[in-house]
Design a binder for this molecule. Structure first.
Ligand code: KIV
Length: 300
């Protein structure tokens, strides 16, 4: 795979012009970064129509959002996985609407280009459509996020419709839905049996029909995920759902190796930050204890 030369812009443009019509993308180049000044829900639907894969990562704070957006990501998800990653809870259930708004508003201040999707947390939309709409409006008004994500299919159809009718873009989430972990009992692959696979496909078609702009499919067989993606015009973004879908999402702290206890098969680690950071902290402690830090140049 060819790659971009970070110093030579003329070469980069030549590589870009030759390879783009062939849909061969140099490894270190964000194609979307060139094409979309700001990513919108419409851009994502266009990307699917043009066969361009969608990249999505999580962020929960300003600094991470700034780095991820600057790298050219298409979508930042302010996931309720903040409950695990940022707060150390075992599940996503404890995080509150106020906490999600805090995380999302920090992310929004860090980005210039990507679309920001914010999870509606557990307990903020399940009881009735009016409550769901109130929660979605709070997210949009108080965080400045661009859209929301909700877990579930036909059980929450009326709530999704009400939110969509208010002009708020909704991303669905099917397959493994961590807010229902106590119903499933485990985090294993979902929809391996035909009955559950059929329901998942029906739910996905329904979400598209009522107006969702995209769907996350979590931890389902790759064959089923591809079937769902092929059946829909809206993009299907997978996590543990194989390569036949329209885009991929990972939890950033997992893919950069800041977390290290979690080893699902679908996770590709691009860095081992846990080891890097531990080494840096150990060196700092050694330098402080030995009196090596600060030296003469590091003082006033
Ligand atoms: O909360 C989250 O991070 C998510 C992703 C795993 C899709 O929902």
């Amino acid at each position: 795979m060819p790659s971009f030369d970070s110093k030579n812009n003329a070469t980069n443009i030549a590589v870009y012009l030759v390879l783009l019509p062939l849909k061969i993308y140099p490894k270190n180049m964000s194609v979307a970064k060139k094409q979309y000044k700001r990513v919108t829900v419409k851009s994502l639907i266009d990307m699917k129509a043009n066969g361009e894969k969608i990249s999505m990562l999580t962020a929960y704070d300003y600094t991470m959002a700034k780095i991820v957006d600057g790298a050219g990501i298409d979508v930042i998800l302010v996931g309720d996985s903040a409950s695990n990653v940022m707060a150390g809870h075992e599940t996503t259930l404890p995080i509150t609407l106020d906490q999600m708004i805090y995380h999302a508003s920090s992310v929004v201040r860090g980005i210039d280009r990507c679309l920001v999707v914010v999870d509606l947390p557990f307990g903020s939309y399940q009881s009735d459509p009016k409550e769901a709409l109130r929660s979605a409006i709070r997210i949009m008004k108080e965080s400045g996020g661009h859209s929301i994500k909700m877990e579930g299919g036909k059980e929450i159809k009326e709530s999704i419709k009400r939110i969509l009718n208010a002009g708020i873009p909704v991303m669905g989430h099917l397959g493994l839905t961590p807010q229902s972990i106590y119903k499933f009992g485990t985090y294993t692959v979902r929809a391996k049996e035909e009955e559950e696979a059929e329901k998942l496909l029906e739910d996905a078609l329904m979400l598209e029909r009522i107006g969702c702009f995209s769907i996350v499919l979590e931890k389902v067989p790759a064959k089923l995920a591809q079937k769902v993606a092929d059946a829909l015009n809206i993009p299907v973004i997978g996590i543990g759902a194989g390569n036949g879908v329209d885009g991929q999402v990972l939890v950033t702290h997992d893919m950069i190796g800041m977390t290290h206890e979690f080893h699902p098969r679908f996770l590709r680690r691009y860095l081992d930050l846990y080891a890097e950071m531990t080494g840096a902290f150990e060196n700092y402690i050694t330098d402080v204890k030995s009196g090596d830090f600060p030296n003469k140049k590091e003082q006033y």
